[in-house]
Design a protein. Structure first.
Length: 249
């Protein structure tokens, strides 16, 4: 009997320590508890849908080969005209009203979903399960940990890995608005990062812009390739060569 009581007590302690599950309507909300991998984030090869946090360096020879094999699948084409491009062509900024991507229709804005996905010690606005007001976040583009609050909103911005203007020039101009809203709000294509890095990138491809943190450049190239392949958008020949170089080609 004593052994049975001890076992039941141990089970009770485990249940008490387990994180509560939060129910939500529509799409799921991002989870970034202590069970997630290290603070640097997740290797993109192990994060093909973008729902896990961050952008960890790719370091092993085997993973770098897998990265090159993935990038090799990306098709190339010359960039088309930017004529007609406007941010509004990709739907309202950070809309939750988007089908076919993780976190869509979960009643939180895409921006808040991404901050919650990548942040640690996340605090929310009183009365809101969505609006992030402060957090600690590791910025993969600079390799620095950042203390962020909503009062300094632009300190951390959400980068479209494959920029929307780039998407437009590589084929998205022919899509309907629903598909453009998908790529604009797909967590696979979104990384919270240093605001000045995001501003310096603009709509550049990997041949003309890469993160300042050299340790994540292969990971960044992989993420660029993952978005390209998912949405069947080519990249320019120069960009593909640059992507392969980052992973040791």
């Amino acid at each position: 009997m004593r052994a049975r009581r001890t076992a039941l007590s141990a089970i009770a302690l485990l249940l008490a320590a387990a994180p509560a599950l939060t129910a939500c309507s529509g799409g799921s909300k991002p989870s970034n508890d202590t069970a997630q991998p290290a603070a640097l984030g997740v290797n993109p090869l192990q994060n093909p849908d973008g729902t896990k946090p961050g952008l960890a360096p790719i370091t092993s020879d085997a993973d770098r080969k897998s990265a090159r094999d993935l990038i090799a699948q990306v098709k190339t084409a010359a960039a088309g005209a930017k004529t007609g491009y406007d941010r509004d062509q990709f739907g309202p900024a950070w809309t939750d009203n988007v089908d076919g991507v993780p976190f869509g229709h979960n009643n939180c804005s895409t921006r808040d979903d991404l901050l919650a996905r990548d942040g640690k010690s996340v605090e929310h606005k009183d009365g809101s399960a969505c609006v992030v007001t402060s957090m600690t976040i590791y910025d993969p583009y600079t390799g620095k940990k950042v203390q962020w609050s909503k009062q300094q909103a632009t300190k951390i911005q959400i980068d479209h890995v494959m920029p929307l203007s780039y998407d437009w020039q590589m084929g998205a101009a022919k899509w309907d608005k629903a598909k453009r809203a998908q790529i604009a709000n797909d967590p696979l294509n979104l990384i919270p990062a240093d605001g000045s890095q995001n501003a310096s990138k603009g709509d550049s491809g990997p041949a003309s812009w890469l993160p300042a943190n050299e340790t994540v450049r292969c990971s960044y190239a992989v993420r660029f390739a993952q978005v390209s392949l998912k949405y069947q958008l080519p990249v320019t020949p120069d960009d593909k060569k640059a992507m392969l170089r980052q992973c040791g080609a």
